[in-house]
Design a binder for this molecule. Structure first.
Ligand code: FMN
Length: 165
């Protein structure tokens, strides 16, 4: 059984998402399992509407309900956590995922390695915000990858994870 899990949220169709692409690549090179964080009620596929919905949820510090049963994190020692930079931080569904697993304590003691796909602004407050919300967790610095040049972003992410693991 592999002891590494790549978990990601993209909020987009997996075929067009830079985050999903990087997550698949990282899982492939590390031999990790792959899990997508999905919403019960997905965000809009219209970009302008999605930005409004994401901003609304951020302003409300919302925890949108996740789809499906919670994944069992017990077998994993390392969790590579990927998401796009939304409005300067992690999308609120990432906080839903973290909260869900804080309840059962299954993230405690694990190595948590964030990677953040972005449009040029880097990770901004995302990792700081996660650390502020979950001070009891071992959340590493992680890394941000710009998605404008998708192939490069994925290749850089692969180099990065191979050095880190
Ligand atoms: C709702 C929303 C908010 C965003 N906010 C930011 C931001 O604050 N800074 C930034 O660099 N990029 C921002 N972006 C751009 C995404 O980080 C970028 O499009 C991401 O790389 C795309 O990954 P994806 O293909 O998996 O969606 C935002 C995108 C969306 C949809």
């Amino acid at each position: 059984m592999n002891d590494t899990l790549v978990v990601y949220f993209s909020g987009k169709d997996a075929k067009t998402s830079a985050t999903a692409d990087a997550a698949r690549n990282l899982a492939s090179v590390t031999g990790a399992d792959l899990h997508e964080i999905k919403l019960q009620n997905p965000y809009s596929t219209d970009f302008a509407t999605l930005v409004k919905e994401a901003q609304r949820d951020k302003d409300a510090d919302a925890r949108p309900a996740l789809a499906g049963p919670a994944i069992d994190l017990t077998p994993y020692r390392t969790v590579i956590l990927g998401f796009p930079n939304w409005c300067g931080t992690a999308p609120m569904p990432v906080f839903s995922f973290m909260d869900e697993h804080m309840k059962d304590g299954s993230l405690i003691g694990k190595r948590i390695i964030p990677f953040i796909i972005n449009d040029g602004a880097g990770m901004q407050n995302s990792v700081d915000d996660l650390r502020t919300h979950y001070p009891e967790l071992d959340i590493e610095d992680g890394e941000a990858f710009e998605h404008n040049k998708l192939d490069n972003a994925s290749l850089k992410a692969i180099d990065w994870i191979q050095e880190l693991m």
